[in-house]
Design a protein around this ligand. Structure first.
Ligand code: FMN
Length: 174
């Protein structure tokens, strides 16, 4: 089973979340293609997809939005899972958060099975415009790493179990 784990990131925090997910899927025996979204060629070879985006101004990363436009309707027969990474507090771990409108559109248009929000990370070491904003936000107390590797990895193990169950169903027709 070939699984695409693709991510849209500006500061690298979402890339690392995607890496944790990829590690869990690989540990479950799946063949994982971990890549920034903008390097995705075609999606025909994948049996399942995990698509993740960072959140900026209540929206998805441009690369993730483009993926949805480009591949809308291509996943009616293959499962897709979505995640967003953003909140700079513990809210993402306290209960399910509504998907931002771009994620809701992706759920509908790809379509995808599920969307989950994970906490984000903001460090003042970031470069360029992001670093500038990050330092401003840090001054107001909105900095830190609110990602929760154990929660991410637990979610990824659930995704792996679903993919493997789906394969078993296909191999053992009634
Ligand atoms: C200018 C700016 C706007 C942001 N807007 C949001 C937002 O609307 N919702 C949210 O949950 N997080 C928001 N964040 C937090 C980021 O999503 C978080 O830092 C995330 O981990 C960034 O991921 P990346 O490192 O992969 O780019 C914002 C951060 C910045 C710097």
């Amino acid at each position: 089973m070939d699984v695409l784990v693709a991510y849209g990131t500006t500061g690298g925090g979402t890339a690392e979340i995607a890496q944790w997910i990829a590690e869990e899927l690989r540990d479950a025996g799946l063949r994982v293609h971990l890549t920034p979204i903008r390097e995705v060629g075609d999606v025909a070879i994948y049996d399942a997809v995990v698509l993740g985006s960072s959140l900026y101004a209540y929206g998805w990363h441009l690369d993730a939005r483009r993926f949805v436009q480009r591949f809308a309707g291509r996943f009616t027969d293959r499962p897709v899972w979505l995640f967003s990474s953003g909140p700079l507090d513990r809210s993402a771990d306290e209960g399910p958060l509504d998907p931002v409108p771009h994620a809701a559109a992706a759920l509908r248009d790809l379509p995808a099975r599920e969307h989950v929000t994970f906490g984000g990370r903001m460090t003042s070491e970031a470069h360029g415009w992001l670093g500038h904003l990050a330092r401003l936000m840090a001054r107001e107390g909105h900095a830190g790493d609110f990602r929760n590797p154990e929660r991410v990895r637990g979610w990824a193990r659930g995704v792996a179990a679903d993919i493997l169950a789906r394969r078993r169903e296909r191999e053992e027709p009634l």
